[in-house]
Ligand binder design. Structure first.
Ligand code: MG
Ligand code: ZN
Length: 213
């Protein structure tokens, strides 16, 4: 019974996700669904990314969070249009939430819409929000076992950002093993090592984004 209910929810979500995708296509907006655990550094990476692409790509952000508007406030300080979605405890964004949020943005002025999903490596991967690409932030401090433990999110992601790479010497994170596991789960995945402290990889990531708009 539970399985059937879940399928119906996903079926309805997929329908709205397709409507979102059509709306974004019509307005020439490329959408990236940015996922990752709480504390993986999604928002900091997003701030650095927006600074990096400023003047090059016109961007907007949809911020998904459980309760607070803290991340959205950080984005707003950069002068980037941002809409906050509070899921009130919900552990992922769905297509209907993103649709409502996107409707309050001036999409014709936007080339790139980044949706920061709720911090979670599980169900955000199951809910299509109408994005063109999924990107997952995996920080070095989370451990190299995460790709094998949460394969779906890495399989679904066009890009994996191995974040906080500057902390590599201080952890037992096995970079070669993580890369190997990621390539096994998703052979064509793009892997970019990033650090918001040193700035490593941020140009490569900005170039990747410029390549998909
Ligand atoms: Mg955040
Ligand atoms: Zn969830």
């Amino acid at each position: 019974m539970e399985i059937k209910v879940m399928k119906n929810i996903l079926g309805e979500n997929d329908k709205i996700a397709e409507e979102n995708r059509a709306m974004f296509r019509e307005k020439n907006v490329t959408v990236v669904n940015l996922m990752g655990s709480p504390g993986s550094g999604k928002t900091t990476l997003l701030e650095k990314t927006l600074e990096k692409i400023s003047g090059r790509i016109s961007a907007a952000v949809i911020e998904g969070d459980l309760f607070t508007a803290r991340d959205a406030e950080r984005i707003e300080r950069l002068g980037v249009p941002v809409v906050q979605i509070n899921t009130a405890g919900g552990c992922h964004l769905d297509a209907a939430m993103v649709k409502r949020a996107a409707e309050s943005l001036e999409l014709e002025k936007i080339q790139l819409l980044i949706v920061e999903n709720v911090g979670n490596l599980v169900c955000p991967a199951e809910f299509d929000v109408g994005e063109n690409f999924k990107a997952t932030v995996l920080s070095i401090t989370e451990g190299d076992d995460k790709p094998l433990k949460y394969p779906l999110i890495f399989k679904e992601s066009a890009v994996v950002l191995l974040n906080k790479i500057d902390l590599l010497p201080y952890t037992n994170f096995d970079l070669a093993a993580a890369r190997e596991d990621l390539s096994t789960i998703h052979p064509n995945v793009e892997i970019i090592e990033t650090s918001c402290t040193t700035g490593a990889g941020l140009d490569a990531w900005a170039d990747w984004l410029a390549g998909v708009i």
